[in-house]
Design a protein around this ligand. Structure first.
Ligand code: SF4
Length: 352
């Protein structure tokens, strides 16, 4: 039970401080303090005069509950976020992910002609050299995309989270000797010289952790992405045709072998976000949705018949994978976005 001090003199509630505390009504403010009870909160009611003890206790209970909740929240300082983002920018740019490396090696086995085999071998060797010399896997170190799944029981302290993320990107690109590729304004095109600002996606989830993923996106592949607001009557075939056409138009410009991220549904911007998110799934992992899994496999087969091949020199390995994400949409629409990820499709993650 919550008890307040001093006595129930409601006329005096206006403009006075109230002490909300533990288990009994103290005889006076100093005594209340000295009694060693837990003092939860001082509340100043400037504008409101309470008319009943019931209302007052309800309000205090609310405050009490909020206080208890706050006590269970985990504090994370923005400096940790900055350091983590910096580290992930460097790691993503230097170390080719194992799933992609394995898919490239598998591609070598699948190719029958010498040229695509050689190119895939060079890509694998390039990844090893980058790893051993701690150099970027590609000269285009990308625009930093940062995804955060923030637990709702996290309290971020020490400053603004967006500033902290951008500070991390600037630090990582400087420390890692990574090329700064961002211009501050698409029309005046002056380099910001620290690769900021990042493209940041915040997502609130359960729990008390923050999961951070940094995905530096090269623009060879980014430029080849397309979005179309299809009519529902276009159906699955319309989606497939659009995806295959996008890869065909991209040709060698998307730096194949590519990963094809497809977003279906939502609104215009939502399906673009879905296509991006699809690229974060590990190559070789199955889509948990059986229908989507089958569509992915069909599309992969069709795309690999295009004979674009590694680096566009022909061959069976135009794409390493097709990944699809879907979301609810309007009865009158069928948005679809294809975001192509190049043969380095970088992403590094960490939980804090
Ligand atoms: S699209 Fe990818 S592989 Fe091609 S230049 Fe850019 S980062 Fe490098």
């Amino acid at each position: 039970m919550l008890i307040f001090h001093p006595h129930n003199e409601f006329d005096d509630l206006k403009n006075c401080y109230w002490l909300v505390g533990g288990t009994h009504l103290g005889s006076g403010l100093p005594n209340f303090y000295e009694s060693g009870q837990i003092v939860l909160k001082f509340i100043r009611y400037k504008y409101k005069v309470m008319t009943s003890l019931d209302k007052l206790s309800k309000m205090f209970k609310l405050e009490y509950n909020l206080n208890i909740k706050r006590d269970t929240m985990r504090e994370i300082n923005t400096s940790v976020i900055t350091d983590t983002v910096a580290k992930l920018c460097i790691n993503a740019n230097i170390y080719l992910n194992d799933d992609i490396k394995e898919a490239l090696i598998k591609g070598i086995g699948n190719e029958t002609a010498l040229l695509p085999k050689n190119i895939l071998n060079i890509l694998v060797e390039n990844a090893s050299v980058a790893h051993d010399t701690k150099s970027p896997i590609c000269q285009d170190t990308g625009m930093a995309m940062v995804y955060l799944d923030i637990g709702q029981d996290v309290h971020i302290v020490g400053g603004n989270i967006t500033d902290a993320i951008n500070a991390g990107v600037a630090l990582g690109y400087e420390k890692g000797y990574l090329r700064k590729s961002v211009v501050g304004n698409p029309l005046t095109r002056i380099n910001t010289k620290d690769n900021t600002p990042a493209i940041i996606h915040y997502n609130i989830v359960e729990g008390s952790n923050i999961d951070i993923t940094v995905s530096p996106k090269g623009f060879g592949s980014e430029n080849m992405s397309r979005l179309k607001m299809l009519m529902p009557s276009a159906g699955l075939q319309g989606i497939k045709d659009f995806a295959v056409e996008t890869v065909k138009l991209a040709g060698s410009n998307a730096c194949p072998p590519i990963i094809v991220g497809i977003g279906i549904g939502g609104t215009m911007e939502k399906c673009a976000t879905l296509a991006k998110k699809a690229l974060l799934r590990d190559v070789g992992t199955d889509n948990p949705d059986k229908t989507l899994h089958d569509i992915e496999q069909d599309l992969l087969e069709e795309i690999n018949k295009l004979n674009i091949g590694p680096a566009g020199f022909g061959g069976k390995t135009t794409a390493l994978a097709v990944h699809i994400e879907v979301f609810a949409t309007h009865i009158a629409g069928l948005p679809v976005c294809v975001n192509t990820g190049c043969h380095v499709t970088r992403h590094a993650s960490e939980r804090i």
